[in-house]
Design a protein around this ligand. Sequence first.
Ligand SMILES: Nc1ncnc2c1ncn2[C@@H]1O[C@H](COP(=O)(O)OP(=O)(O)O)[C@@H](O)[C@H]1O
Ligand SMILES: Nc1ccn([C@H]2C[C@H](O)[C@@H](COP(=O)(O)OP(=O)(O)O)O2)c(=O)n1
Ligand SMILES: [Mg+2]
Length: 208
Amino acid sequence: MGTVTDASKDATGIAFIDKKVTVVFVLGGPGSGKGTQCANIVEHFGFTHLSAGDLLRAEIKSGSENGTMIQNMIKEGKIVPSEVTIKLLQKAILDTANDKFLIDGFPRNEENRAAFENVTKIEPEFVLFFECSEEEMERRLLNRNQGRDDDNIETIRKRFKVFMESSVPVVEYYNSKGKVRKIDAARPIDEVFDAVKGIFSQFSKKAT
Ligand SMILES: Nc1ncnc2c1ncn2[C@@H]1O[C@H](COP(=O)(O)OP(=O)(O)O)[C@@H](O)[C@H]1O
Ligand SMILES: Nc1ccn([C@H]2C[C@H](O)[C@@H](COP(=O)(O)OP(=O)(O)O)O2)c(=O)n1
Ligand SMILES: [Mg+2]
């Protein structure tokens, strides 16, 4: 549980309102199934899904002044400076009436993690971590067919390297705090979701 506190405006220029939120970080390598399982969690447990990658891609499309920089970094498999990503996440949290958020693909490095904590003071409830072999993730990404600039073998290899070097240490950090809930994500989608459901049982089911 965290509170987005009232500081009227922070360093990023975004106005804050008082809002108590529950945040779950969803991490895992590229193609491990984060987006797929987040959609299931939204449907069953009433969370709002915020994908850092989706927010950055929308920012490129919007013609923002940072668009070209973001596009180049994504193409190279690099991680965009956290101030850009955090601003987008904050805005999405504040613009959404819900108080339960899945933050997918963030924090992806130590800079993301420390800056988010400093700026928002939000501590994740837990970190859902999807474990999957690179061989399987590569197969999935090459079949994803979403027309993404970064789903080509050259960029995929770079993303795997960044994941191992920069993102795994973030998972280890949360693991040392007892916050990681690890899932075997190499299994079929339904079986992965069965495991996810067990972890989310503390949250009430969405009324249908
Ligand atoms: N458990 C699974 N088994 C097989 N394919 C999967 C599984 N989970 C997701 N996929 C497929 O793999 C691709 C990557 O999944 P996605 O959810 O976009 O992963 P991520 O957000 O972690 O990159 C998509 O085409 C998706 O349909
Ligand atoms: N916290 C983040 C998340 C994503 N990005 C950029 C860099 C990533 O390679 C791309 C794509 O991220 P996305 O989460 O959509 O990718 P996957 O779903 O893991 O395949 O976006 C970032 O710079 N910072
Ligand atoms: Mg994704």
